[in-house]
Design a protein around this ligand. Sequence first.
Ligand code: GTP
Ligand code: MG
Length: 174
Amino acid sequence: MKPRVLNIVVLGGARVGKTCLISRLVEDSLPAFYQTTPKAVSKKSITLQSTDYTCLITDTTGHATYTPISPQFIIGTHAFLLVYSIDSRESFELVKLIREKLVEFCYPEGTAPIVCIGNKRDLSSVREVSLEEGRSYGLQIQSPFLETSIHSYGSIRTCGMALFLNPLLAADTY
Ligand SMILES: Nc1nc2c(ncn2[C@@H]2O[C@H](COP(=O)(O)OP(=O)(O)OP(=O)(O)O)[C@@H](O)[C@H]2O)c(=O)[nH]1
Ligand SMILES: [Mg+2]
């Protein structure tokens, strides 16, 4: 049977680690150097509960204080990975703004298929957003939430599971 396609879009502020997270998820490597990302799509094949899926993960360019939410990011998307960096309150506020826009435009019932990620958890000495705050935001928006670091394989794996399982639920009703 042909694999089912899951479209996942990664959104968040500039330099929060979107591209690194995707690299870890897809090929378990890291980019050799930092480069702001033009829109790019990575592919990952997974099998879940005996069904084959092709995940198409769209990386986007982060902006400091806003993210344009255009229909091309939304139509046909099964899940959104919203990423902030725990050492940047501004990036956390931006994730909230992005989620509000998503809901306003596309999910008026209030539950968008989001996985919320607080990245760079290894930078706890310069943390600006507490784990508790991230957790309670996840509960508030009814989305899986976790903190990750691109230097921790365990957290990346958990992020992958949350990401791939969450769109599965959306895909069934799509
Ligand atoms: N300490 C630490 N640094 C990280 C982590 N994730 C990413 N970085 C660093 O943060 C910088 C930006 O990472 P990118 O993945 O390119 O960020 P991005 O969100 O894709 O940035 P844009 O494409 O410009 O929006 C790079 O120098 C990474 O090495 C992390 O978990 N911990
Ligand atoms: Mg990038």
